[in-house]
Design a protein around this ligand. Sequence first.
Ligand code: CMP
Length: 137
Amino acid sequence: MEKTFIMVKPDGVKRHLIGEVVKQYEQKGLILVAGKLMVISEELAKKHYAEHVDKPFFGELVSFITSGPVFAMVWQGNDAVVIGRKINGKTKHLEADLASIRGRFATNTAFNVVHGSDSLESAEREINLFFDESEFV
Ligand code: CMP
């Protein structure tokens, strides 16, 4: 069984899309094992997006992800990481399948509604950054 880290970003929370995102994962058969509404600190944002530190959009990315509440989740199931990537759709909204969350709801690459782990290694790292063992049900 794999676990993946999925997060509804501040734009998705503001647009009342938490339920829509959760529905997609539930309908695909993944199991929600941890979840919380939270505001990300600048320190956590910089750790979470450390791989993008040299990108020109890093500052904008950190201020966006800390700008309001996010809904952080851990979903479990067979092939959870790949399924999460397919449900979310490609990062760039114009390349995202129209049936995916980003294809349906994202209006630009920066404000793309959801984040999902891109590999098993990222999933483990991100889950450990956001969740304590005691928060799993
Ligand atoms: P996410 O899956 O959370 O991982 C990194 C994020 O960086 C990505 O979603 C986008 O929100 C953001 N991002 C990627 N490319 C760009 C870009 N060219 N301009 C602004 N933000 C970007």
